[in-house]
Design a protein around this ligand. Structure first.
Ligand SMILES: [Zn+2]
Length: 229
């Protein structure tokens, strides 16, 4: 589960979720959409995140953090600084990062490289780039997570990405409540639908869905060290 560090109501729900589903783990961060709140002091974004990490022992990742130049909800220089500050926090805490990047490929890679983010590694969540970008992700040592978009008939380039990612770098997700996969398009998405993502990737690669599921589970365990298996 991914939590917004600046959203107290969401943070409060973490306790509830963990009590109901003992295998749940959390990633916490200031999303680029919310970076504007920290325009006058980007370091405060890392402090806010650090405070939530300290209060939630099941935190195993830092994110979503990154850059979103599609919506541009926060000024780009502020997004970049909030991103940097949180990468530094992740390195101090030894936590992998969960990256949100949209229409900001060059700046995202530049910052990851300048900040030596490979030292903690992590995942490009809800990856929608092309094969060239996927290769950059892999070259940097990061994982790549595919969501329901890969099930869309017109997502031909993303289907090629799904075939090229080494199994040991692949994660799957739903991005609920958004992006419901085929055959649930137009409905509210939910975590159970991740099975459709796995099935689609499996058929593209000519393997069975269990292979994809087991690989994703093992990769998740290695990356986020949930401690339940
Ligand atoms: Zn995102």
């Amino acid at each position: 589960m991914i939590l917004a560090a600046e959203d107290g109501a969401e943070i409060a729900q973490a306790e509830n979720l963990a009590a109901r589903w003992p295998s749940v783990r959390f990633s916490v961060g200031v999303h680029p959409h919310a970076a504007g709140k920290f325009a006058s002091s980007p370091a405060d974004a890392a402090e806010t995140t650090a405070a939530v990490i300290a209060s939630q022992p099941l935190t195993r990742g830092l994110g979503e953090i990154g850059l979103d130049y599609h919506y541009d909800f926060a000024p780009r220089d502020v997004q970049q600084e909030v991103f940097r500050q949180q990468i530094r926090l992740a390195k101090r805490r030894g936590l992998p990062i969960v990256i949100h990047t949209r229409e900001a490929e060059e700046d995202t890679f530049r910052i990851l490289i300048e900040e030596n983010a490979h030292e903690v590694g992590g995942v490009f969540h809800c990856f929608t780039g092309d094969r060239a970008m996927a290769q950059r992700v892999l070259d940097l040592g990061f994982h790549l997570s595919l969501a329901g978009i890969v099930t869309f008939p017109r997502a031909t380039e993303l289907k090629e990405v799904a075939k090229m990612v080494p199994l040991e770098r692949l994660l799957i997700e739903t991005d609920s409540p958004f992006l419901a996969p085929v055959p649930h398009r137009g409905k509210r998405n939910e975590p159970a639908n991740v099975v459709h993502v796995a099935e689609t990737i499996a058929s593209l690669r000519g393997v069975d869905a269990t292979t994809i599921g087991e690989a994703a589970r093992a990769n998740f365990a290695r990356l986020f060290q949930p401690g339940y298996d």
